[in-house]
Design a protein around this ligand. Structure first.
Ligand code: CMC
Length: 391
C-alpha cells in the first residue's frame, strides 16, 4: 500500500518462512528440524546434524556414508589457492583470509548451480562441505607458519578437520577423543540459528542469484563483527584483560553498566534470547569437562564464572534480560584445544556452514524474490547543482 514502516535492526520484521530452526527466546528453546539442541549435542555428530539441517531429515546409515564419501572426494582445493594463502601477510585476520578464500573458490569452480536440479544442488553442497575445512585449516596454518596440508580419507569429518588443523610436521597426529567430542559438540551448537545477521546476509546475497560460495563469503564477513560471531574472540580478550588488570570483575561490571563507557560485557545479551541461551548452558558444562579431562587449570574460567554470577544477580542485567550467550564459554574451550584466539570466529564459521547452506538452499528452492528493503528518505530536497568554484 506504499506505507513504509522503519524497523532498524529488523527487530520486529520477519524476512521469510523457514522450516529449518525453531527458536523461542523467551523460554530458551532451540531446535534444528524439530530436534532439541540438547539431544543433538548429546547424541548426534556434526555431520549428521549438517545433513539434517541441509536435507530436512536425519540421515540413514547409508545416506550418511554416501554424504561423507562424496564430501571426501571433494576435499581437495586447487593448488593455486595455496598461492593466494601464501600472498596474505601473516598479520591478516583469519576471518578476512577465510572470506577471501571462500570467494576465490568461485574462480576455480565457475559452473553455476541450476537450483532446480537436485544433482547440481547436491554437488555444490558436497563441494563446499569438502573444501571449507581445508580453507579453515590452511587459514590457521598460515597464521602459525605451518606447511599447508591435506586430511586423510580414512578419518571422520571432524577428526579430519582436527588432523588438518593440528598436525605438526614430522609427527604422527593422534586424535584426542576428549577434544574431538568437545569440537563435535561446539560445531553442532553453532550449526544454525535462524535469521541472524550472517544468515540473513547469506540469504539476501543469494537472493540476487549470486552463487553459493559468493553468498557464503558475504556471510563470513557479517559473522566477523564483535557483536556477532566475533564476540567469541572479544570475550577471551576481555577475560584476559580482566586477569591482567588484577581480576577485578566488579570494576568491569561497573564499566559495562556505565552508559558513558562504550565497554560491553562481551558474551552477554542476545537479540532473541531473553532467557539463558540454551547453547551457553551446554557449553559451560563442556568447558568444565574439557579442562578437567585435559588437566588444564585456566584462571580465566574462574573469572568467567565470577562475572556470570555477578551479572545474573545484578539489577542492570536482570532488568534487561541479559544472559550469557553461546560465545561466553566457547573461547575457553577453543583455547584449551590449542586454537589461537584470532581463529575463534573461524571456528564459529566452520560450525555455521551447514546452517548457511541450508538457509541458502531453502531460499532458492522457495524461489524467494530479491531482498530489497525500502527506506524513508530524510535528505535534501531538490536543489540546483553548484559548480566546483562556488562550493
Ligand atoms: N553489556 C552491557 N549492556 C548491554 C549488553 C552487554 N553485553 N548487551 C546489551 N546491553 C544493554 C544495552 O546497552 C541496552 O541498554 P539500554 O536499554 O539501557 O539502552 C539494552 O541492554 C539492550 O541492548 P541492545 O543493544 O539494544 O540489544 P540488541 O538486541 O540490539 O543487541 C547484542 C544484542 C547481542 C548485539 C548485545 O547484547 C551485545 O552487544 N552483546 C555483546 C556482544 C555479544 O556477546 N554478541 C554475541 C551474540 S550471540 C552470538 C551470535 O549469535 O552472534
Amino acid at each position: 500500500n506504499g506505507v513504509i514502516t522503519i524497523d532498524p535492526g529488523y527487530k520486529n520484521t520477519g524476512s521469510c518462512e523457514s522450516a529449518i530452526t525453531f527458536l523461542d527466546g523467551e523460554k530458551g528453546i532451540l531446535r534444528y528440524r524439530g530436534y532439541s539442541i540438547e539431544e543433538l549435542a548429546e547424541k548426534a555428530d556434526f555431520l549428521e546434524v549438517a545433513f539434517a539441517l541441509i536435507f530436512g531429515e536425519l540421515p540413514t546409515k547409508e545416506q550418511l556414508e554416501k554424504f561423507h564419501k562424496d564430501i571426501k572426494s571433494n576435499s581437495v582445493v586447487d593448488d593455486d589457492i595455496k598461492k593466494i594463502v601464501d600472498a596474505f601477510p601473516k598479520s591478516a585476520h583469519p576471518m578476512g583470509i577465510l572470506s577471501s578464500l571462500t570467494s576465490a573458490l568461485t574462480a576455480f569452480n565457475p559452473s553455476s548451480v541450476n537450483v532446480d536440479s537436485e544433482e547440481d544442488m547436491y554437488n555444490a553442497i558436497v563441494k563446499i562441505m569438502g573444501k571449507f575445512p581445508v580453507l579453515v585449516a590452511w587459514t590457521m596454518r598460515k597464521k602459525q607458519g605451518l606447511p599447508l596440508n591435506y586430511g586423510s580419507k580414512s578419518l571422520g569429518y571432524v577428526e579430519n578437520i582436527m588432523k588438518m588443523m593440528f598436525e605438526q610436521p614430522n609427527e604422527d597426529y593422534e586424535i584426542d577423543t576428549v577434544v574431538k567430542d568437545a569440537l563435535d559438540k561446539l560445531l553442532i551448537l553453532h550449526a544454525d540459528h535462524e535469521q541472524n545477521c550472517s544468515t540473513s546476509t547469506v540469504r539476501i546475497a543469494g537472493s540476487s542469484h549470486a552463487g553459493l560460495f559468493a553468498s557464503l563469503s558475504a556471510g563470513i564477513s557479517a559473522l566477523w563483527g564483535p557483536l556477532h560471531g566475533g564476540a567469541n574472540q572479544a570475550v577471551l580478550e576481555m577475560l584476559e584483560a580482566i586477569k591482567e588488570d588484577g581480576g577485578d570483575t566488579k570494576k568491569y561490571m561497573a564499566k559495562a553498566k556505565d552508559k558513558n563507557d562504550p565497554f560491553r560485557l562481551m558474551g552477554f545479551g542476545h537479540r532473541v534470547y531473553k532467557n539463558f541461551d540454551p547453547r551457553a548452558k551446554i557449553i559451560k558444562v563442556a568447558a568444565d569437562e574439557v579442562l578437567n579431562n585435559l588437566g588444564i587449570q585456566d584462571p580465566i574460567l574462574a573469572i568467567a564464572k565470577d562475572l556470570e554470577q555477578e551479572a545474573l544477580n545484578d539489577p542492570y542485567f536482570v532488568e534487561r534480560k541479559l544472559y550469557p550467550n553461546v560465545d561466553f564459554y566457547s573461547g575457553i574451550i577453543y583455547r584449551a584445544m590449542g586454537i589461537p584466539v584470532e581463529m575463534f570466529t573461524v571456528m564459529f564459521a566452520l560450525g555455521r556452514l551447514p546452517g548457511w547452506i541450508a538457509q541458502w538452499k531453502e531460499m532458492r528452492l522457495n524461489h524467494e524474490p530479491i531482498g530489497r528493503p525500502r527506506q524513508i528518505y530524510i535528505g535534501e530536497n531538490l536543489r540546483p547543482f553548484k559548480s566546483i568554484e562556488n562550493r
